[in-house]
Design a protein around this ligand. Structure first.
Ligand code: ADP
Ligand code: ZN
Ligand code: ZN
Length: 818
C-alpha cells in the first residue's frame, strides 16, 4: 500500500502539494506537524502536514519527504480551518496565510541564513558530532545557508538538526535588520556559602582590611541584601559599591563572591498587586456590561460604543476575568503596537503573569515562546495582547476576543497577502471557537454600526466619561480669517498660541496633531515651479529637514536637498505645506524654554521607540507632544488639558469615500486625549472651512448625525457596507502593456460578472518602485453571492494567465478594500 501526504508550502501555490511517505510515517504524522520537503530543483522547505491519504497524484511523480520535524502538531485543526477561510475570503493561497501566520523560526528553508549565537555559552561536550560540525563552521563564517549546512555534515536531511541547534541557542536565525538579538541573560552575584557563617565573615572582612575597594564591595552586597530578598545583578552591585568590574571579578576569582545566572523568559513580567484587582463599575459601565452579555446570550458579536475615556477598558477587564474564571483563554486585539505599552501595564495590573504580548516587533525567539505558551495553554498565555497577527496564534480554548478601537483601518493588512481585516477575521475566529467577541470604539466604523443597527451584532453604549469628567470643549479656529487679519505666527493662530501659553502656565501638557510627517511635503522652485520627483514612484519627494534630505514615503528613495532648482538652476526654493518636523521647529521659536517631543513614523522606528516617547511624555519630561495620527490612538495621558489640530483640511479633502468618516474618527479620537481627569479638556481645530459638516459634528460630538449622513451617501453612491468592494491592482514595468492588460481584464469582468465595475484607473500614486499601477474596482451588491463572484473572477484570472504577452503583469486582489 502506498501512502501520501498533502502539505501546505509557505509559497503562493494554488494547490496543496503531495509527497510520498512510508506507512510508519503515515501512522505518525498528524495534521499541523511540520515536515521538511524538497521542492523544485534543489530547494528545501518546511511545510505543514495537511492530510494523509492513499491517492497518488496524477500530474506528477511525488517525491519523498525528508524529515518529520515535530512530535506533536504545532498548528491546531481550528487554525487550519481559520486560515482556510482567510485564504478563500481574501483570495490568496493557504501558503501565503501560513507564511504570515507562523513565526519564521518555524519555517526554516534552504535559503534561510543562520548565524552563530555570540551571546550564549555553548558547552561543546553537549553537542552531537553533527551539531559540533555546524557550530565549528560558524566560528569561521559569519553566516551559513541551510543548504550549506547540508554540505558540511554531508547529509540531505538537516532541518531537524538546525531546529535543535536553534532550540539549544547555539545558532540564531538571521532577523530583520533593525532588530539585533539582545542577550537576556542577567548575571547575578552572591556571597559564597562559607561566608554565610558570621565568624567566617568577620575574618573575611578583617583580611580585606588592606583591600578597601574589595571590602567596600562586600559591604555593599550586604546592604543590598538587607534591602530586598531579590537576586542582586552584578550591574547593581557595581553601581552601589562604586567598585569596578575588575574588583568584583577579583572577588569572584578568589571564591569570595559567586556569580550565577537565572535563565529568564525573554518576555518579562511585572508584579501583580493583589489588593487592586477589584474594579467597581459605575452605573453606565454596568448597563453596558449587561447589554454586552445580552448580545453574547444571543451568540452575536457585540459592538461597544463608548465615548473616549468612558472606561471601556475596565469593562473588557470584567469580561476577561469572567472568561478566565471559566478556564478559557482571552485575546485582546489592538490596531497598533504603539498602544500595547500602556495597556500592557493596565492588564498586568489586573492579571499579572497571565498576560502575554505578541507582535511583529518582537524577536523571532520571543514570538516562538509566546506561540508555544499559547499552544500548551500555559498560565502565562491566558491572555494575549497583540496586534493583528496574534489572531493566528494556536489557541486551544479561546473564550473571548476583544477588538479594541475596532474602527481603525490599520486592522487591515495592506501588503503582502493575506490582505485580511483583523476585526472581521476575528469575528470568524470567535465563531470557530464558539467564543464571545466584543468590538469596541468611541467612533465605531460605519460597517460595525450598520451591523448593530440591523441586529447582526449586539449593541452596548457608554455615553458619559468615567468619573463625571466632561467631554472636551471643542472649538474651531478659522485660519482663513486669521491670515487675513495677520493673526498667524507660522502655522499657529493667536488663539492657539494663547491656549498653549495658558496650559503651560498651569503646568499642563499639550498634544499637537498634524497628519503629516517630515518638514514640508514639497520643495517647489518659485521660478519655474519644478518639484523634485521620486525616480521610482509617481510622487513628489518630501523634505526632511533633520537630515536635510528629500525622501520618498513610498519606496524610501532619498537624496540630499539641492541648493538650486534641478530644472532651472534658480536658488529660489520654497516649502509648500508642512509636517510634524516643521511644527516642532516653530514651537522651538515660539516657546524657547519648553520641551517638545515628536511622535511619528520617523521617530518611532526602533523596538522600544514608541514606549520611550510615550513614557517620557507620561513622566512629564516633555510639555508638548507633536504627532501624526499615532497620537490619536487610545492613549491615556492624565495631564493633557489641551489638544491642538494644526490643520483639518487636507484630511477632509482627501479623495476617498471614507475621508469624512475617517476625519470624524481621527478628530474625535485626538480630541479625546484632552482632559481625561477632573478639569474639562480644551480642543482647538484650525481649519480653512469651519462650516464643514464633519467639523460641526465633531464639535457637537454628534456621532449619530455623522452616521446618518455618511450612510445616506454610501447608499446613494453604492459604497460599503451596502456593497462589497474587491479591488484588483495590476502592476507592470511596461506602461503600454499594463494599460492593455487592464483593459482586457476590466472588459472580461464586465462581460461575465454583471455588476458595477469601475476603472481601470490610475491610483493617486500611479507608479511605485518602478511599477506602473492600475486599479479595477468591483462593487458586489449584498444580494449577490460573494463566493460565486470570486469564483468567476478566478476563472477570468485563469484565462488572463493563459495570454502569454501578459505573463509579466501581476494581479493583486484586495477584498473589502479600505
Ligand atoms: P476608554 O478606553 O473608554 O477611552 P479608559 O478605559 O481609558 O477609557 O478609562 C478612562 C479612565 O477612567 C482610566 O484612567 C480608567 O482607569 C478610569 N476608570 C474607568 N472605569 C473605572 C472604574 N470602574 N473604576 C476606576 N477607574 C476607572
Ligand atoms: Zn519612491
Ligand atoms: Zn526651477
Amino acid at each position: 500500500m502506498d501512502y501520501f501526504l498533502d502539505v501546505v508550502l509557505p509559497i503562493p501555490l494554488e494547490k496543496l502539494f503531495t509527497y510520498k511517505i512510508s506507512q510508519a510515517e503515515a501512522d505518525f504524522i498528524q495534521e499541523g506537524m511540520r515536515v521538511a520537503v524538497p521542492f523544485g530543483k534543489s530547494k528545501i522547505y518546511t511545510a505543514l502536514a495537511y492530510r494523509v491519504h492513499q491517492n497518488a497524484p496524477e500530474a506528477y511523480q511525488p517525491k519523498e519527504i525528508y524529515q518529520i520535524l515535530d512530535e506533536q502538531p504545532v498548528v491546531t485543526q481550528i487554525q487550519l480551518k481559520h486560515w482556510g477561510w482567510v485564504a478563500k475570503y481574501y483570495m490568496c493561497t493557504l501558503g501565503e496565510v501560513i507564511r504570515s501566520a507562523l513565526p519564521s523560526a518555524f519555517m526554516l528553508e534552504s535559503e534561510t541564513l543562520i548565524l552563530p549565537n555570540k551571546n550564549s555559552d555553548v558547552d561543546e561536550r553537549e553537542l552531537t558530532d553533527d551539531e559540533f560540525l555546524v557550530f565549528e563552521a560558524l566560528q569561521h563564517q559569519t553566516a551559513l545557508k541551510i543548504s550549506e549546512v547540508s554540505d558540511i555534515v554531508d547529509k540531505k536531511n538537516v532541518m531537524k538538526l538546525i531546529n535543535t541547534l536553534v532550540h539549544k541557542g547555539v545558532i540564531l536565525q538571521k532577523e530583520e535588520l533593525y532588530e539585533q538579538y539582545k542577550p537576556k541573560l542577567v548575571r547575578y552575584v552572591k556571597l559564597s556559602e562559607q561566608y554565610e557563617d558570621e565568624k567566617q565573615l568577620a575574618e573575611l572582612l578583617n583580611e580585606l582590611a588592606r583591600a578597601p575597594k574589595q571590602s567596600q564591595v562586600v559591604l555593599s552586597l550586604f546592604q543590598l541584601k538587607a534591602k530586598s530578598i531579590k537576586p542582586i545583578p552584578i550591574s547593581e552591585l557595581e553601581k552601589e559599591s562604586g567598585g569596578s568590574r575588575a574588583v568584583i571579578k577579583a572577588l569572584i576569582d578568589k571564591n569570595i563572591l559567586e556569580e550565577y545566572h537565572i535563565r529568564k523568559d525573554r518576555v518579562q513580567f511585572e508584579e501583580r498587586s493583589e489588593e487592586s484587582k477589584h474594579i467597581t463599575l459605575n452605573e453606565y459601565q454596568e448597563k453596558a456590561l449587561e447589554d454586552i452579555n445580552k448580545g453574547f446570550d444571543e451568540e452575536k458579536p457585540v459592538l461597544l460604543h463608548g465615548v473616549t475615556s468612558s472606561g471601556k477598558t475596565e469593562v473588557y477587564v470584567k469580561l476577561i476575568q469572567k472568561c478566565l474564571e471559566n478556564g478559557q483563554q482571552a485575546l485582546y486585539l489592538l490596531p497598533e503596537i504603539a498602544l500595547t505599552s500602556q495597556l500592557i501595564n493596565r492588564l498586568r495590573h489586573y492579571f499579572g503573569h497571565q498576560v502575554s504580548v505578541y507582535h511583529s516587533k518582537y524577536s523571532i525567539h520571543e514570538r516562538v515562546e509566546v506561540w508555544n505558551n499559547v499552544l500548551k495553554n500555559t498560565e502565562k498565555a491566558q491572555i494575549v495582547l497583540g496586534a493583528r497577527s496574534s489572531l493566528f496564534l494556536p489557541f486551544t480554548n479561546l473564550g473571548l476576543v476583544v477588538v479594541d478601537e475596532e474602527h481603525e483601518s490599520s486592522f487591515k493588512q495592506f501588503d503582502p497577502a493575506p490582505r485580511y481585516h483583523a476585526r472581521d477575521a476575528a469575528v470568524v475566529l470567535a465563531a470557530l471557537h464558539k467564543a464571545k467577541i466584543v468590538l469596541g470604539s468611541a467612533t465605531p466604523s460605519i460597517e460595525s454600526m450598520y451591523n448593530a443597527r440591523i441586529k447582526k451584532y449586539g449593541y452596548a453604549s457608554i455615553l458619559k466619561r468615567f468619573g463625571d469628567v466632561l467631554m472636551p470643549d471643542i472649538n474651531l479656529v478659522d485660519i482663513k480669517e486669521a491670515i487675513r487679519k495677520r493673526r498667524m505666527k507660522g502655522h499657529f493662530s493667536e488663539i492657539l498660541i494663547k491656549a498653549i501659553t495658558e496650559a503651560l502656565d498651569e503646568g499642563e501638557q499639550i498634544i499637537l496633531f498634524q497628519n503629516r510627517r517630515g518638514f514640508a511635503p514639497v520643495v517647489e522652485c518659485t521660478t519655474c515651479g519644478h518639484v523634485a520627483q521620486c525616480p521610482n514612484c509617481d510622487v513628489s519627494l518630501t523634505y526632511h529637514q533633520h537630515r536635510n534630505q528629500l525622501r520618498c514615503h513610498y519606496c524610501g528613495y532619498h537624496m540630499a536637498l539641492q541648493q538650486a532648482c534641478l530644472a532651472c538652476g534658480s536658488p529660489t526654493l520654497d516649502n509648500k505645506g508642512f509636517g510634524t518636523e516643521q511644527i516642532q521647529q516653530e514651537l522651538g521659536r515660539l516657546f524657547p524654554n519648553v520641551s517638545v517631543g515628536r511622535m511619528d513614523l520617523d521617530t518611532t522606528r526602533g523596538k522600544y521607540a514608541y514606549e520611550k516617547i510615550i513614557s517620557s511624555f507620561e513622566n512629564q519630561e516633555m510639555d508638548i507632544l507633536v504627532g501624526t495620527q499615532m497620537v490619536t490612538k487610545g492613549l491615556d495621558f492624565r495631564n493633557v488639558s489641551l489638544v491642538g489640530i494644526m490643520s483639518a483640511d487636507s484630511m477632509l479633502n482627501f479623495p476617498d469615500f471614507r475621508a469624512h468618516e475617517r476625519s470624524f474618527q481621527m478628530l474625535t479620537q485626538v480630541a479625546g486625549r484632552a482632559g481625561r481627569t477632573k478639569k474639562r479638556g480644551k480642543v482647538l481645530i484650525q481649519t480653512y472651512n469651519p462650516y464643514h459638516q464633519i467639523l460641526q459634528q465633531v464639535t457637537t460630538n454628534n456621532y449619530d448625525g455623522m452616521f446618518k449622513e455618511q450612510f445616506y451617501e454610501r447608499e446613494q453612491f453604492k459604497y460599503p457596507p451596502l456593497v462589497r468592494l474587491i479591488k484588483i491592482t495590476l502592476k507592470d514595468k511596461d506602461f503600454n502593456k499594463l494599460n492593455e492588460a487592464a483593459e482586457w481584464m476590466a472588459g472580461s469582468l464586465r462581460n461575465v460578472l454583471g455588476v458595477q465595475i469601475l476603472g481601470p484607473e490610475y491610483p493617486p500614486v500611479a507608479r511605485i518602485r518602478r511599477d506602473y499601477l492600475k486599479n479595477i474596482m468591483i462593487k458586489i451588491p449584498q444580494k449577490q453571492s460573494l463566493a460565486q463572484t470570486k469564483n468567476s473572477i478566478k476563472r477570468i484570472e485563469k484565462s488572463f494567465n493563459a495570454i502569454s504577452k501578459y505573463k509579466s503583469v501581476r494581479l493583486v486582489y484586495n477584498v473589502d478594500h479600505i
